[in-house]
Design a protein around this ligand. Structure first.
Ligand SMILES: Cc1ncc(COP(=O)(O)O)c(C=O)c1O
Length: 419
């Protein structure tokens, strides 16, 4: 199970360590729930994905996975830009020192303010709707891509497929072609095309098919409009393992395949070799993050044993949204025999607030620390204050040092929102 945890994770003297610090000392110092990010894992994954696209290509972090200034800054140091999809995400990226070509701006409902911010940044924008062509020209945008939806239904949860027919994202091919020609007519520099098939993809099938269709569409654009896509942005979507039973191919291998498939498909269509952009979110930061929870109530019922922790759907709503499955390690009792099958419940007023349906732990005790791996992406980013619960803190660990990268909210923070 340690392979689900970040690279620096190890068990020493029966205790889980992350970045050279025991989970117990991190919990003691920063409180729980706590999301612990491993710097070594973040940097290693950033370097590997960067290498996968090669010198000409670019990697933009899908900021939505965890918008955080320290993480964005660290990834920038590794040569990674940011895909931002709102004024807020753009502000995080700017605060981290990203600008202009280090950014790519998304959104299926961008407003004028976001487009003029993008224009001021001279950041490329991915057009997602026909109406945006005029807005983009009015905002004074220079460089755009057009997001095309090629009708590929990826094998992932229905809430996170995006490239299917009828998707709220992107434009079907005929409309996308019109957006390209309208953009050119309005003097926009249309750099290329964008696709994003879905998230937590279990394999390369849907992406491979999308890339093949993308090359065919790019050839149509060349034949009918005399315009060639020089950039292909293949979005994000590479999955990660959250659970020992999950079998997901390595993101770096998939990224390499995506780049190779795009080049080969464009060459086969006699199109110039495209510059490939990728926008990984989950696969960049997911495995780097571990959430530490403190066990409170334990209820033994004939049907099952509930172990309640001090967080739940407010800090990680993925089990409710996508039927996500997690596992856990008893962090300070990591070498004790695990023979008690339990369910880990959150603390919220919903029966559906179950973090883990089944996990085998050493007989749980109040005060135990549970470490839930692969929780670096779409957890804090999707968190809420349900039940008036303040959001957890996040720390970055490395070589025995921990740095707070997001402070814990307080009840006063929540009250401060009330006029
Ligand atoms: C346009 C776009 N790019 C990138 C991503 C990041 O996806 P993932 O975290 O699955 O890599 C998303 C996620 O929804 C997206 O919509």
């Amino acid at each position: 199970m340690l392979d689900l945890f970040p690279r620096s994770a190890q068990v020493a003297r029966g205790e889980l360590q992350l970045g050279g610090l025991t989970a117990a000392e991190l919990a003691e110092r920063f409180g729980t729930p706590l999301v612990v990010y491993c710097e070594e894992t973040l940097r290693a994954q950033a370097r590997a994905l960067r290498a996968a696209v090669g010198d000409g290509g670019r990697v933009f972090y899908g900021t939505k996975a965890f918008p955080n200034v320290a993480v964005l800054r660290l990834l920038l140091e590794e040569g990674i830009g940011a895909d931002v999809a709102s004024a807020g995400e753009l502000a995080f990226a700017r605060a981290a020192g990203l600008s202009g070509p280090e950014l790519v701006v998304h959104g299926n409902n961008k407003d004028e303010a976001l487009l003029s911010d993008a224009a001021a940044e001279r950041a490329p924008v991915v057009l997602d709707g026909a109406y945006e062509v005029e807005l983009a020209a009015d905002a004074g945008l220079e460089r755009v891509l057009v997001r095309v939806t090629l009708g590929v239904d990826a094998d992932t949860h229905e809430a996170i497929v995006t490239g299917h027919h009828g998707s709220k994202f992107g434009l079907p091919p005929a409309e996308a072609k019109t957006a390209v020609s309208d953009g050119l007519a309005r003097g926009l520099h249309v750099l290329g095309l964008h696709v994003h098939v879905g998230s937590q993809l279990p394999d390369f099938t849907a992406q491979a098919e999308t890339i093949r269709r993308l090359a065919a569409f790019a050839a149509e654009c060349r034949n009918e409009l005399g315009w060639e896509a020089r950039v292909v942005d293949l979005g994000g979507g590479f999955g990660i393992r959250h659970h020992a039973d999950e079998d997901v191919p390595d993101a770096v291998v998939l990224a390499t395949s995506a780049v190779g498939t795009a080049r080969a498909a464009f060459a086969a269509a006699a199109l110039p070799e495209p510059v490939v952009w990728l926008e990984p979110g989950r696969s960049l930061v997911g495995r780097a993050g571990v959430t530490l929870y403190r066990v409170g109530a334990i209820k033994r019922l004939p049907e099952r044993t509930w172990v309640a922790v001090d967080g739940g759907m407010s800090d990680n709503p993925r089990p409710q949204l996508y039927d996500a499955r997690y596992t856990a390690l008893s962090a300070a009792r990591a070498e004790e025999d695990a023979d008690d099958l339990v369910s880990v419940a959150g603390m919220h007023c919903e029966s559906g607030d179950v973090l883990i349906d089944d996990v085998v732990l050493p007989t749980p005790r109040r005060g135990d620390l549970l470490a839930v791996p692969a929780t670096g992406a779409y957890t804090l980013a999707m968190s809420s204050n349900y039940n008036g619960v303040p959001r957890p803190a996040a720390v970055l660990v490395r070589d025995g040092h921990a740095r707070l990268i997001r402070r814990r909210e307080t009840v006063d923070d929540l009250l401060a929102l009330e006029p």
